[in-house]
Design a protein around this ligand. Structure first.
Ligand SMILES: Nc1nc2c(ncn2[C@@H]2O[C@H](COP(=O)(O)OP(=O)(O)OP(=O)(O)O)[C@@H](O)[C@H]2O)c(=O)[nH]1
Ligand SMILES: [Mg+2]
Length: 314
C-alpha cells in the first residue's frame, strides 16, 4: 500500500451512522433479530477500523528516508499511539459484539430488545472513545497525501542554495516539476519534485526551500531534520549560486553555505550552477561551474545533460 494515497477515513460519528444504517437493514421481528443486529453493528464498526490499521504504513518497514519524513510531517509517536488506539477499539468491538449477540440470541421479547439497546450503547461508545485518534489519523492521511512522492529507489538530484537564487525556476526548466516561482524570498515552503526521463529511465529532481548561511544549531527543526532525512537518499547536489546580487544574499554567504553542504554530503556528486547569467555578474564564473539563465534558457540543456550524466552514468 502506497502510504501517500490512503483511502478516506470516516470520523467517529460518520462511522457510527453508517454502521447503524447497515445494522437496521437486518430484519426486525424475528426471534434472533436483536442478535443479528448486534453482530452486524459490531462488524460494521470494527471492519473499517481494521482496514485503517492495515493500510497505514507499517512503520518499522519504512525506508529510513520515508521514516524520517513521516515523523517530521505527522509525528511517529502519535501515529503509533493512534493506530494502537484504533486497534484496541477494533478488538473491543469484536469482544463486546460477541458477548452481546450471544446473550441476545438466548433472550426473547423485551429482554432481547433491552440487550440490543445496551449493546448498541456500549459498541458506539467504544468508537466515540477513539474519536480523537480517528481525527488525528484523518489529518495525518491528508498531510501524507500532500508529500512529494520521492521514490528512495530512483536516483535523485537535489537543487540547493540560498533563498531567491533561482532554484525553482531551474527545476521547472530541466524537469517536469512545477514548483511555484514567486517574486519574493522564502517562498518554497515544502519540497517539490520533478522528473527527467533519459534512456527510458525516470530520474528525480527535487526542489528545496532556500537555505540560509547559518550554523546548524540555529536552523529550525524542519530544516535541520529535512537535511538529515535527505542524507538517507545519497542525493547528487546541484548547488545554485546567484552571482547577480539580485537574490539579496551576498556571494560570500552563499559560498559558506556551499562549503557547509559539501561537508554534510561529502560523497555526493556535485554540480555548481551560477544562475541568472542574463544579468550582470559580480564575480567571474568559477571553473567547472555551469552558467544558466532560466529566463533566457541559457545553459539549461547543458545542466540537464550534466544531471543525466551523474545520475545515470553510461
Ligand atoms: N533575471 C533572471 N531572474 C531570474 C532567473 N531565475 C529566476 N529569476 C528570478 O529570481 C526570483 C527567484 O526565483 P526562484 O526560482 O523562485 O528562486 P528560488 O531559489 O526557488 O527561491 P526560494 O524558493 O524562495 O528559495 C524570481 O523573481 C525569478 O523570476 C534568471 O535566470 N534570470
Ligand atoms: Mg523556490
Amino acid at each position: 500500500m502506497e502510504w501517500r494515497s490512503l483511502p478516506e477515513i470516516l470520523d467517529a460519528e460518520q462511522l457510527i451512522e453508517l454502521a447503524l444504517h447497515r445494522a437496521a437493514k437486518k430484519r426486525s421481528g424475528q426471534s434472533d433479530s436483536a442478535a443479528r443486529k448486534l453482530s452486524s453493528l459490531a462488524d460494521n464498526l470494527g471492519a473499517p477500523l481494521g482496514a485503517i490499521v492495515e493500510k497505514f504504513p507499517s512503520l518499522d518497514q519504512l525506508h529510513p528516508f520515508d521514516h524520517d519524513i513521516v515523523n517530521l510531517s505527522v509525528g511517529l509517536d502519535e501515529l503509533r499511539q493512534s493506530l494502537g488506539g484504533i486497534d484496541w477499539a477494533r478488538k473491543q468491538l469484536q469482544k463486546l459484539g460477541g458477548q452481546f449477540s450471544s446473550k441476545a440470541a438466548r433472550a426473547r421479547g423485551e429482554r432481547a430488545l433491552q440487550l440490543q439497546r445496551q449493546g448498541y450503547g456500549r459498541l458506539t461508545s467504544v468508537v466515540r472513545q477513539v474519536s480523537d485518534r480517528l481525527e488525528f489519523l484523518r489529518n495525518a492521511r491528508k498531510i501524507l497525501g500532500l508529500l512529494p512522492a520521492v521514490d528512495p529507489e530512483i536516483p535523485l538530484a537535489v537543487m540547493a542554495g540560498a533563498p531567491n537564487v533561482g532554484k525553482s525556476s531551474l527545476v521547472r526548466a530541466i524537469s517536469t516539476g512545477r514548483p511555484a516561482v514567486r517574486e519574493y524570498p522564502f517562498t518554497t515552503k515544502s519540497v517539490s519534485l520533478g522528473h527527467i526521463t533519459a534512456r527510458y529511465q525516470k530520474l528525480q529532481v527535487m526542489d528545496t526551500p532556500g537555505l540560509l548561511d547559518r550554523p546548524d544549531s540555529e536552523r529550525n527543526n524542519i530544516e535541520k531534520h529535512g537535511l538529515a532525512a535527505l542524507e538517507h537518499l545519497s542525493p547528487s547536489i546541484m548547488f545554485v549560486t546567484d552571482g547577480s546580487g539580485t537574490s539579496g544574499y551576498p556571494i560570500e554567504g552563499q559560498q559558506t553555505l556551499r562549503e557547509e553542504l559539501r561537508q554534510r554530503f561529502p560523497d555526493a556528486h556535485w554540480i555548481d550552477i551560477w544562475s541568472k547569467c542574463d544579468l550582470e555578474q559580480e564575480k567571474p564564473l568559477p571553473e567547472g561551474a555551469i552558467a544558466t539563465s532560466a529566463t533566457e534558457e541559457i545553459g539549461v540543456a547543458e545542466l540537464e545533460q550534466a544531471v543525466i550524466e551523474i545520475l545515470l552514468p553510461e
